[in-house]
Design a binder for this molecule. Sequence first.
Ligand code: SAH
Ligand code: SF4
Length: 355
Amino acid sequence: MKPSLLDFTQKELMEQIKPSFRVKQIYGWLYHHYAQDFDAMKNIPKAMKEELSQNFVVNPLRIKNKEESTDGTIKYLLELQDGKTMEAVWLKMKDTQHDTNGIVIQEAKYTICVSTQVGCKVGCTFCLTAKGGFTRDLTAGEIVAQVVALKRDNDHKHNRKINIVYMGMGEPLDNLDNLAKAIEIFKEEEGLCIGGKRQTVSTSGLSNKIDKLGAMDLGVHIAISLHAVDDKLRTELIPMNKAHNISSIIEAVKRFPIDTRKRVMFEYLVIKDKNDDLGSAKKLVKLLTDIKAKVNLIYFNPYPGTEYKRPTRADMVSFQEYLINHGLLCTIRDSKGIDISAACGQLKEKTEGEL
Ligand code: SAH
Ligand code: SF4
């Protein structure tokens, strides 16, 4: 597989491609016009494009399938150069708002959810991605290309702000080097210009890698997929909890460099009759006492063959009220795209029927 131009920062491209003003032009084609091939780069000489195409591809993936929900969520199945597939999701967070004269006072806001691996090694028992096992890490360019492809497909102008969440398929911290490179490329001022504050890395809790990510000082947020308050249940849900137990994760979070105005997000997947009781809520409050945390409750999204069940709305709400009444910030993730294949791995499964 040839590397993609999206694998490199502008500086790295300048080391490989001369003269450097051409790299600036190419960068514009990649990140302002979302060029998919060398042909689109009108002001680059033909001979140079021919030479570049010997060594690089422009775009390392294509849209294989997409499903659009009535709430504006679009789920994409993306195919890589080697035919492997993974998912990315376009989420509409807020609608455009107008004042009484019809003037736009707030632009619509979007978040892109990206994958970091094809499959996943962590093997969570509730997760459809885990069922297909692990295939391979994504390259930095394949991570970056997801955002470029989705912005292009939705005609999202390059200078409009966007948030990125690393919550698609795979465990981001299990592919830390490529993740860190992608974060840097997203941040490039002459590129997509998506700052660290607009990027959130979600992890199942590899505590040593949380420390490594913190030491890189990339300015990103972290979200911890906690899901359980005692190690027995957590190990049942996330087998690698044996090696990275709850207290090791809490300690790593306390060491992580966080903007003092921000909070660490703890994701809590609520599964009926497993972790939806108020006893668990009480333990959760205790566990997070010393941390500037916010909790995001997620409905378990069932799929054929799973033994786990979606919790009732009443249990979700009482869990949330308990946390709020005990001083924790807590939201319930609205089930965006519930009418399409919303949970991680479901569009891939539906399209390919691999399992
Ligand atoms: N590997 C990382 C990021 C990708 S998973 C992590 O685990 O944090 C992103 C989120 O999807 C996780 O919080 C995970 O718990 C959630 N998820 C996985 N399967 C789900 C399902 N069936 N229903 C609802 N959320 C699910
Ligand atoms: Fe991997 Fe996250 Fe799914 Fe667990 S929930 S198997 S860590 S993708």
